[in-house]
Ligand binder design. Structure first.
Ligand SMILES: Cc1cc2nc3c(=O)[nH]c(=O)nc-3n(C[C@H](O)[C@H](O)[C@H](O)COP(=O)(O)O)c2cc1C
Length: 327
């Protein structure tokens, strides 16, 4: 029996907000969850007191289903274990775990034993099958996506191939979805819901730098490029970003071009850093990693997270659709 996102995550709307490190803090995640979809806070490299501070705000801000996103490849297995332990220890059961890329089987077992849902974003059929067999909601990321790219397949080709292999899995489409019409195409390919990243970068509650938000609303897909130049902090992964002087000339010196603050701690930002410019970043924002999907063609206004959810709710399955069927 195919389970809906409403049943697995407890959401009213089959929409997941990407837990974008730096951009998606507790404020954005809670706003999305309080609007009926699944918000998600970016855990990225947060650990110890910095992660606790974010988890406390997340827990205080909503009692609806909400997630914390972690990235196994960025932190490595030991630090990931510590992050997972902190999330499980410090948050109530309505907080689920979301992973970008595949965690080890021990992580699936540990989270599975708590009964909390897991969401895993993948870029290939093999990884999708692997995650689904371990009970996770599978997010199929297409190459249209903003940010870090897990594969090379087009979104709806990957969704359709996964649906053929996994008729009962809870399957979410990600990459290039900036409008309800595009979400409808992903559902037609076989998805149960959608995950949006770039559409939430420009939300009022997002912590993206104002320059970054304005650049996304002004851009169309031809302004995005796939590059591996933003490697400091996350080597060996291709990202889709807005084209910048850094993507145009990767030979430039790796000098410091800005400063930022993460959970109260100051950092210098080198040119080619994988860190996104946030509202706490100063310096040469226009050269930094502004992750952006092909979805930007359909995104032209900075609006509230609740308005993003409401716009997409019209085409997405949710609790109402489920109870209609039951009734
Ligand atoms: C600014 C930005 C930061 C991102 N950071 C993360 C992250 O920390 N964790 C993650 O799972 N995905 C991250 N992603 C990728 C998204 O999960 C997703 O694959 C992508 O946003 C989907 O394409 P779209 O941007 O066209 O909606 C990020 C995407 C963007 C745009």
């Amino acid at each position: 029996m195919r389970r809906t996102l409403a049943e697995v995550l407890g959401v009213d709307v089959g929409l997941l907000q990407s837990g974008m490190g730096g951009v998606a803090g507790a404020e954005l995640a809670c706003a999305v969850s309080n609007a009926g979809a699944a918000g998600c806070a970016g855990g990225y490299k947060l650990i110890g007191g910095a992660l606790s501070a974010m988890l406390a705000r997340l827990t205080a801000g909503t009692d609806r289903p909400v997630g914390v996103n972690l990235i196994p490849e960025v932190v490595g297995p030991e630090e990931l274990d510590r992050q997972v332990a902190q999330v499980l220890d410090e948050t109530p059961e309505h907080v689920h775990l979301s992973f970008f890329g595949m965690p080890a089987d021990a992580v699936f077992e540990r989270v599975g034993a708590t009964g909390r849902p897991m969401v895993v974003q993948v870029g290939s059929v093999a990884d999708g099958v692997h995650a689904a067999e371990r009970g996770a909601v599978v997010v199929a990321q297409g190459v249209e996506a903003g940010g870090h790219l897990l594969g090379t397949a087009k979104r709806d080709d990957l969704v359709a191939a996964l649906r053929a292999q996994l008729p009962d899995a809870c399957l979410v489409a990600s990459g290039g979805i900036g409008s309800p019409a595009e979400a409808g195409r992903a559902l037609a390919a076989g998805a149960d819901g959608v995950l949006l990243g770039t559409a939430f970068v420009v939300a009022h509650e997002s912590r993206a730098h104002a320059y970054f938000k304005a650049a996304v609303t002004a851009a169309d897909e031809s302004d995005t490029v796939i590059t591996d130049v933003y490697e400091i902090g996350w080597p060996g992964r291709r990202h889709r970003v807005l084209a910048t002087a850094a993507t145009a000339d990767p030979g430039q010196a790796k000098k410091f071009i800005g400063r930022t603050v993460v959970e109260g701690k100051p950092y210098l930002v080198p040119r080619f850093s994988s860190a996104v410019p946030t509202d706490a970043t100063t310096g040469r924002i226009e050269e930094m990693a502004m992750y952006c999907g092909r979805s930007c063609s359909a995104i032209s206004d900075e609006i509230s997270a609740a308005d993003v959810v409401a716009a997409f709710a019209r085409v997405l399955p949710g609790a109402a659709a489920v109870s209609d069927k039951k009734g």
